[in-house]
Each structure stands twice: as structure tokens, then as C-alpha cells.
Design a protein. Sequence first.
Length: 196
Amino acid sequence: MAAVQLLQKAGKTRLQFGAPLNCGLNLLAQDGAAYRLESINGGIYCDRLLGKTLTAQRSADDLQLRIDGTPLPLLLHSLPAPASALQGNWRLLAGTSGASRPAALTLKIAATPLAPGAAVATLRYGSPRDCQIEARYAGMRDTTVVLSLSVNDAGYCGRLSDGQAELQPQQDGNVSLQIFDRLGTRADSGTLQRIP
């Protein structure tokens, strides 16, 4: 899953995909609500969409997009959602990371409105990893919050660059965390507990 923005500026419309896709497409108006897709900056994902037709269907404040009749697995919202109910500070209670020595992990979720691409969280690893990485809101999958991880070349966090984190609220008030690297391989997982 990637954050997606539909941008209109200076009479041009652009569809911009965030990490891990990191590419954009110009939309050239055709008949009705159809647009022809033209690449503006490359990227494997966007290159595969060149010349195809995008259609948009509005429903209340949401916009469903289709490419050559196939729905894109996303829904664009015209207004940012309120801040996440998960805002605050969290720490890893128990988890698996494949490391011989477990590293402390904290997660800070800001009181920022949830909008695609908005910086909403910071993951911070303690010793022996000693690094941090910013996370941006990518969307929701059922009740799971999906975050795209920014680029960071510092130690262990470099492995997580352009990856994703998934936060699944649990009935006991804790949160299940899964972190995936850019290839989709699970790098870390565990249970987060809210801290004051």
C-alpha cells in the first residue's frame, strides 16, 4: 500500500504515489471523467500504467479510481481524517526481530490529522540498533493503520527504508505491530503497550 495524492496545479492534474512506489503520472483529460496516464518521473509502477485510461467515480467525500476498468486498491478522501486514536507513546512489550539481542523499540504517534503522506509517527530503536525512522500515513486496511517508512541510511533503519509498518489495535488496549522492509519481508513484529 502506498500513499496517493491527486493534485491539481496550474491547470494540470497529477496522480502522485508515495513510498515505496515513489512515482507520479500526469492526467490528460479525455471524454467524460476519463484521463489518459502519462509518466512525469518514471518509476516501475507508473511506467506500467503509461497510456492506460483512468476513470474517477465520486461518492460523498470519497473518490474511487479505476485504470482500464480495474479498481485501484485505494480510496481517495477529499478531507483529512481526524488524528489517530492511537496517538501517544508506545513501547514494544514482546516481539521478534531475528536479532540475538533484542532492541528496545518505542513508537510516537503525533496528534496529526490522517492524510495520505502525512508524517504521523516516529519509530525509535534503542541499543544495539540506535536509530530512528519517520513513518507517514499510507491508509487503512480494515482496522489496521498502514504507515510507509521514510528513507534512512543509518544502520538498521536503512534496512527498513521504503518499508511499511502495520498497527492493529487489540481488544486489551495494546497494539499489534508488524514492520516490513522494502521487499515486503517482515523485519520486526510484536505487541506495543501505551506509555505515559
